[in-house]
Design a protein around this ligand. Sequence first.
Ligand code: FES
Length: 155
Amino acid sequence: MRNFYEEVQEIKARYPDWRSATLPALRLAQEKHGFLSPNALRECAEALGTTPAFCESVASFYDMFHLRPVGRHLVEVCTNVSCALNGAQQVLEGFERELGVRAGETTEDGEVTLRTIECLGGCGWATIVAIDERYRTHVKPDDVSAIVEELRGGG
Ligand code: FES
C-alpha cells in the first residue's frame, strides 16, 4: 500500500506544475488526519516540496479544509442570500438549540460540528444544509430536530 508521500508524488506527476497538486494533497492529508493539524500541513509541505505556511495559506482560503478539529459529523448551514431569504437564520438557530452549540463549535461529545457556510450552489432549493457533505434541500426550522435525531442515531 502506498504511503502519503508516494500518493502525493503520483498526483504531482499528473501536472506540469507541482502547485496543481496542492488541493488534492491537502484533501488527502485531511482524510488521513481528520483535519489539517500543524503536523498534517508539515507532511503535506514535505511531499509537495514547499513550506507548511504555503499549504496553510491555500487551505485557509477554502471552506472544505479544516484547520481545527471537527466532530465526527459536520452540519453546514448556508447563510448566503437565497438561503437567508428562505429562513436560513432560523434553521441555524434551530441547530444551535438542538445541538447546544453556537455556529463554529463542536458538541462536547465531539460528535457534531456546526458551521455556517457560503453559497453551496443550491440557491433554488434554499435553505441548503450540508450534512457530512450531502445536501438537504428546502430545510425548514421544523425539520431540524428530526435531522439531529437521525444524526445522533447514526443515520
Ligand atoms: S445561497 Fe444557499 S445555496 Fe446558494
